[in-house]
Design a binder for this molecule. Structure first.
Ligand code: OXD
Ligand code: MN
Length: 604
């Protein structure tokens, strides 16, 4: 499997010349063209077991699965080190870090110069989306991390099959990654090489990605956030499609009628749980197409078709259990990689929330002894599992359909302990785009930052939009004019996280979220009772099926309450936030804000 020059050069001169350039720059000891085979995965996994990067889990408990522990300084996406280096600063917009591309390229060239000495450079051809789908796109990642190779094999379709598909002049997104830790001759490697200096850089005009210094998650698995969201959002703007931070699910009612829904929530707000939920309402079925990213294009018949560009789940482990998400638990029974979770004495994994009682002894995510008396958590709050989507027991039959699935409804939401009701439907597409722009959420551990602090996260894309967010709003508005309005999906805003006066979550969430999806299903089918309120249509009394739930009337009322004073405050806050987009804020968004204020002031 060692690199054979002729193998690339005959069919892929473009790829060949890029690889040659990077080899000359990074000066690896050897080069490896990944074929994506099982043997290759096993070889690299075994090598990592031997050098301490991987711990093989007990095969009787979790076959073909591994635990990795990262450097304690490399545990999450690093948004403050993420850059969008468009030629013009305005094209990156006020929500992205920006540097002039020429300056940034110079910085990166210095960092990458010789950065792979003593290591192997892996070339990973991969497809985001089902092979050959006209919504899919190809990328090639170069990395010096075998951990990344093994994760990419789960998260994408990768290897020979992709190279076979790539024609000589076909464009691919070049994704360059290094952990930034060259080895001098004889120097022993560490289990998790990384560098304090980190750069996750995107060049939107060239559609190029350069990532240096981190081996973790979205910083290093470049198909995911860097390509499938940041670069793809730019491609979508230029080519007329959407690349979104959204799960995709299929929902079937007791009569066997099926609809597809996408939903955008900020990181670690329950996309994976919603995508796989086990409905508590009899006769309803939810099936998973994707849990994190949706690429959507209008088809000639006017329907919005979505594919999941990924092939695996990179899910947050803590809180995942047989109670909260049994389908995720079954997806990770084998062939999975766990990062920064705890290790049990019998060679399995554990994290907070997995079982009601923690085991009496564990090895924590930093390799230290842990008992329930320990002060620190056993698993890192952003610890993850990487698992093949095909292992999900409720994976949708159409999840790999190259044509995508037709979307009937789009949900937006965040973690809001107050103000925002359980669900509201937008009056129309433009109002829905305004709803998307108004997403704000209490922060989680998925990104470095202050947990629990409220931050605006428009469309749940704040860390992932590859261009000016004001232009992005405009792109969404424009997409709504490309087909008749009757063909457009309806848009909703949901909030599972509202708390009552005692500080307890009112809504049970998880499997009971199907009650909200049922209302959405009914609404897009032309049924479903709703009341017009200042902020949108909310379920009429009895609109949401709460049979079997034990909730007080007071709690139910609070769940749907739209308090005009609180909302007027929200409008002020939104106006302050949106002001940062200046001339890039589309007029219709500003008008929607004014109309909302008027409705709040005048409606009862
Ligand atoms: C993720 C994230 O890993 O959004 O999906 O941080
Ligand atoms: Mn995500």
């Amino acid at each position: 499997m060692l690199y054979k020059t002729a193998e690339i050069s005959k069919k892929h001169p473009l790829l060949q010349s890029w690889v040659d350039q990077i080899v000359a720059l990074c000066q690896p000891d050897s080069v490896w063209l990944c074929d994506g085979s099982e043997e290759e995965f096993q070889f690299l996994a075994q090598q990592m077991v031997e050098n301490g990067t991987f711990i093989r889990l007990n095969p009787e408990k979790r076959p073909n699965s591994f635990l990795a522990r990262s450097d304690p300084a490399d545990v999450a996406r690093v948004e403050e080190r993420t850059f969008i280096c468009s030629i013009n600063k305005d094209d990156a917009g006020p929500t992205n870090n920006w540097r002039p591309p020429v300056e940034m390229k110079a910085t990166l060239h210095k960092l990458f110069d010789g950065c792979m000495k003593g290591r192997t450079l892996y070339v990973i051809p991969f497809s985001m989306g089902p092979l050959g789908s006209d919504i899919a796109h190809i990328g090639v990642q170069i990395t010096d991390s075998p951990y990344v190779v093994c994760n990419m094999r789960i998260m994408t379709r990768m290897g020979k099959q992709v190279l076979d598909l790539l024609k000589p002049d076909d464009f691919f997104v070049p994704c360059l990654h290094s952990v930034g830790k060259p080895l001098s001759p004889g120097q022993k490697d560490v289990a998790w090489p990384c560098n304090k200096e980190q750069y996750i850089v995107h060049f939107p005009e060239e559609r190029e990605i350069w990532s240096f210094g981190s081996g973790y998650g979205g910083n290093a698995l470049l198909g995911k956030k860097s390509f499938a969201l940041r670069i793809a959002s730019v491609m979508g703007r230029d080519e007329g499609w959407l690349a979104e931070h959204m799960l995709i699910l299929g929902i079937t009612n007791p009569n066997g009628e099926k609809k597809y829904i996408t939903a955008a929530f900020p990181s670690a707000c329950g996309k994976t749980n919603l995508a796989m939920l086990t409905p508590t309402l009899p006769g309803w079925k939810i099936e998973t197409v994707g849990d994190d990213i949706a690429w959507m294009k209008f088809s000639p018949d006017g329907s919005l078709r979505a594919i999941n560009p990924e092939a695996g789940f990179f899910g947050v482990a803590p809180g995942t259990s047989m109670i909260s998400n049994p389908n995720a638990m079954r997806s990770i029974e084998s062939n999975s990689i766990f990062t920064n979770v705890a290790l049990t004495d019998d060679g399995d994994v554990w994290w907070e929330g997995l079982t009601a009682q923690p085991p009496a002894h564990l090895i924590d995510w930093q390799g230290r002894d842990w008992t329930p008396a320990s002060k620190e958590k056993a698993a890192h709050p952003n610890s993850r599992f990487t698992a093949p989507a095909s292992q999900c027991p409720v994976i949708d039959k159409a999840w790999e359909d190259p044509a995508g699935v037709p979307i009937s409804a789009i949900l937006f939401g965040g973690r809001r302990s107050s103000v925002v009701p359980l669900v509201a439907e937008a009056f129309d597409w433009e109002h829905g785009v305004f709803m998307g722009s108004s997403v704000s959420s209490e922060m989680t551990a998925a990104a470095a930052g202050e947990i629990g602090k409220l931050r605006h996260d428009p469309f749940a894309m704040l860390p992932f939009c590859g261009y000016n967010m004001g232009d992005y709003f405009n792109h969404w508005l424009k997409m709504g004019t490309t087909v008749e309005s009757s063909k457009l999906p309806r848009i909703y805003y949901v909030n599972w996280f509202r708390k009552n006066g005692e500080g307890k979550w009112i809504w049970p969430g998880f499997g009971d979220n199907c009650r909200v999806l049922k209302w959405v299903f009914e609404r897009v089918s032309g049924k479903g009772e709703a009341e017009k309120k200042a902020i949108g249509y909310v379920p009429a009394h009895d609109g949401i099926d709460v049979t079997g739930l034990t909730m007080s009337h007071a709690d139910l009322d609070q769940l749907f309450e739209v308090n005009h004073n609180e909302w007027l405050h929200e409008v002020e806050e939104m106006e302050r936030y949106l002001a940062m987009f200046g001339k890039f804020l589309p007029k219709p968004i500003h008008n929607q804000l004014s109309k909302l204020r008027e409705r709040l002031q005048h409606d009862t």
